[in-house]
Design a protein around this ligand. Structure first.
Ligand code: NAD
Length: 257
């Protein structure tokens, strides 16, 4: 028995990192999972891993900023399972730069993948959730949505936008029993934490400041598995009177200065 038994979830960016960890955890807890991902090989590997351990999964290789392609996937999931209980808006990209040296093109790319696709996916699943009078929309933001590292403005703007839009959707959809919440991870060791080929969470400066000096009070970097359980909670029946909220999962970074 899992706490998501009989459920159906759509998870974006499910080919690696946090999205993969969420997909595996949802499947372990009994949810069928639709895996949406740009990288066809990765998403196929996650699908195979889930099915090999007795779970139910379908892999969809697509760019989630393609609204028509995304709409077809949502229709296919409904035809497959008859419902969508949860959407996890997880996929994102990070392109480093400041207002002085980044480009409009990079700004637009990040806002499109990191924020606009949250709107698209939510818009596509919401009518089904309204019909069911049940649904969970869970979006992955970042602590960068409200505190800046100083080199990721567009990414941060998108993540701050997710928080505002989570609250808007929570108010708009509450009467249909649709709960809309967000999770803000701190540092996580995933492919995204590699900057110029180097995992930033293994650099001496990171270890010194965040780990040894305790800027991360729990004194270690996070891993996808440290965050995925929070998303399972938000999708489960243990979460039923909470909407429009952001849960920060950062080892305590935002509690210190
Ligand atoms: N890694 C961190 O330290 C960290 C910290 C805070 C928040 N986050 C957030 O966590 C989430 C997951 O990040 P991660 O670290 O696992 O990143 P990641 O880069 O390892 O994985 C992201 C996945 O999304 C996919 N993707 C990107 N654009 C896509 C598109 N247009 N269509 C379909 N799939 C697409 C990628 O192919 C990749 O598999 C993101 O929202 C990220 O912003 C990460």
């Amino acid at each position: 028995m899992g706490i998501l038994d009989g459920q159906v979830a759509i998870i974006t960016g499910a080919g690696q990192g946090l999205g993969k960890a969420v997909a595996l955890e949802f499947a372990r807890e009994g949810s069928a999972v639709a895996l949406l991902e740009l990288n066809s090989q990765n998403v196929e590997a996650v699908r195979a891993e889930i099915e090999a351990s007795g779970g139910e999964a379908r892999a969809y290789a697509l760019d989630i900023t393609d609204y028509d392609a995304y709409a077809k996937v949502v229709e296919d999931v409904v035809a497959w399972k008859g419902k969508i209980d949860t959407l996890v808006n997880n996929a994102a990209i990070a392109i480093y730069g400041t207002i002085l040296n980044d480009t409009l093109e990079n700004w637009r790319k990040q806002i499109t993948v990191n924020l606009e696709a949250v709107y698209m996916g939510s818009k596509l699943v919401a009518p089904h959730m309204v019909k069911q009078e049940y649904g969970r929309i869970i979006s992955v933001a970042s602590i960068q949505g409200f505190a800046s590292s100083g080199d990721a403005g567009a990414y941060n703007a998108a993540k701050g936008g997710i928080l505002a839009y989570t609250k808007s959707m929570a108010v708009e959809l509450g009467k249909y029993n649709i709960l809309v919440n967000a999770v803000a991870p701190g540092f996580m060791r995933t492919p995204m934490s590699f900057v110029n080929g180097v995992d930033e969470t293994t650099l001496p400066d990171f270890i010194d400041w965040y780990v040894e000096k305790g800027k991360v009070p729990l004194r270690r970097t996070g891993f996808p598995e440290d965050v995925s359980g929070t998303i399972v909670f938000l999708a489960s029946s243990y979460c039923r009177y909470m909407t429009g909220q952001l849960l920060v999962v950062d080892g305590g970074v935002m509690s210190t200065f």
